[in-house]
Design a protein around this ligand. Sequence first.
Ligand code: EPZ
Length: 420
Amino acid sequence: MDKLRITGGQKLHGNITISGAKNAALPILCASLLTADDIQLHNVPRLRDIDTACKLLAQLGVTAQVDGENITLNAGQITSLEAPYELVKTMRASILVLGPLLARFGEARVSLPGGCAIGQRPVDQHIKGLRAMGATIELEHGFVVAKAKRLKGASIRTDMVTVTGTENLLMAAALAEGETILENAAQEPEIVDLAELLIKMGARISGHGTERIVIQGVEKLHGATHSIIPDRIETGTFLCAVGATGGELMLHNTAATTMQSTLDKLRKSGIDIECGDNWIRGRMTQRPQAVSFSTAEHPGFPTDMQAQLMALNCMANGTAVIVENIFENRFMHVQELIRLGAKIETEGHTAHVKGVNQLFGARVMATDLRASASLVIAGLAAQGDTIIDRIYHLDRGYDRMENKLAAVGAHIERLRQESL
Ligand code: EPZ
């Protein structure tokens, strides 16, 4: 398994181009199942999860022509309606083929994702919503087996806000008969991006980005061309990095409008942030100030930024109180940060982070995607060398992070398995 070696203490200076949003690209790739026509995508991030999604779609018979950040998909010749465990277990977002397959083909067999490091992450709300639309859904031998002659529009209120649950139901409703109302819908920018693609494909959707989405089902959807929105979490991650090391980063091809709650908290930590239409400049000339926060559904502070801002708090002046409200086990990075000298105490969903003057390099292990990012941020500021193991977690959601950081002055390199 590859590792990252970071020699901390270098300030970051320069330009970084932000990649397309992983969590917009994944549902949008699955939306290609809703039509027999070509779906042409631009600004697709080059990530392990995108590769996995393309492998899963290929398993179903979808062709994908990949040319860097451009992918053209065609689901005109679907040969299978089954998403196998081998692929689903490596990426939970595979559940996003369920809604489209059921809506267009009336049938789907999707392996249950199983748990993951940050929590159980059940899909009961996806199933509840599809049943409300007339699907018969059984759980058989670890598979969700779904059938529906034709889905019917329904009024659905999920028990909690679920991002991929909203996305599955949105895609299913696009081809259902009649009107569907999704109450308590997720409002993330990635939902809006998916809806905008579906509308380009001929879907009739309103209210996306609010808690109430209304969809008038249509008979058929056609091809479209779409550019994926920028990744607000990658943007926030690099801002935390410059907050940790000091210096100045100019982030290009990003959208401040999709991440106001993140920018507000980072400004409170002392980072000087200026925004343009498609750029954000972060400058840090002081020791960070501790910033307390609680994660919440959009437009609240995103859970996907929790580990990164915790890392910044580890070296801040003062004590921060962090509450993780979305997942039940998203503090896996705490023990690893403590190995770097952080002072953190956790109690259930709350972490108390007492900032220290200096972190010290050590060997640490990535446990999940955003935990890996927090270890990179801490390593960039720590004195001495930090070796991060199991960085396949990082590669799932960050497009060549070490290249982007090395280009702005970080001493960071990938130690490939064969050379170890
Ligand atoms: C999406 O996961 C994101 N992944 C996650 O990003 C993100 O952390 C999460 O939303 C929250 O913002 C993608 O978009 C591919 P949820 P998702 O359904 O949809 C519970 C990253 O780092 N729940 O909104 O799986 C669930 O257990 C990843 O990029 C049910 O109980 O999250 C959780 O506690 C990590 N039953 C809460 O709701 C359900 O049927 C929110 O989960 C669905 C969800």
